[in-house]
Design a protein around this ligand. Structure first.
Ligand code: NFA
Length: 98
């Protein structure tokens, strides 16, 4: 037809924005109670959920603590990294596209 683009690009899919996994990494020095506090404070987990995820990180080396939009994930990572640095703990928080 007159609109040639419809022949070459017929798919008008409803694209969702990409999601990002936010992960916590294990280390030998950050106190377990501090990690539990971080999970409660920045990820809205209750104490039991926070304790479970902390133990998973401790035993497996890392765990996904939540899945968010880029902007929210970036904010969580920055908040956790800043909080850990201020308390002089080496806790690492990273994000990765799902
Ligand atoms: N491995 C730390 C310890 O034994 C606890 C920890 C858990 C640190 C989860 C970082 C993340 N004190």
């Amino acid at each position: 037809g007159q609109d040639t683009s419809i022949l070459t690009k017929p798919k008008a899919k409803t694209e969702r924005p990409p999601l990002y996994k936010v992960m916590l990494l294990n280390d030998d020095y950050t106190p377990m109670e501090f990690v539990v506090h971080v999970l409660e404070r920045f990820f809205g987990l209750n104490h039991a959920q926070a304790f479970d995820i902390m133990l998973t990180v401790h035993k497996k080396g890392l765990a996904v603590v939540g899945v968010f939009s880029f902007e929210v994930a970036e904010t969580k990572v920055a908040q956790v990294m800043d909080f850990a640095r201020r308390h002089q703990h080496p806790l690492q928080c990273t994000m990765e596209k799902e």
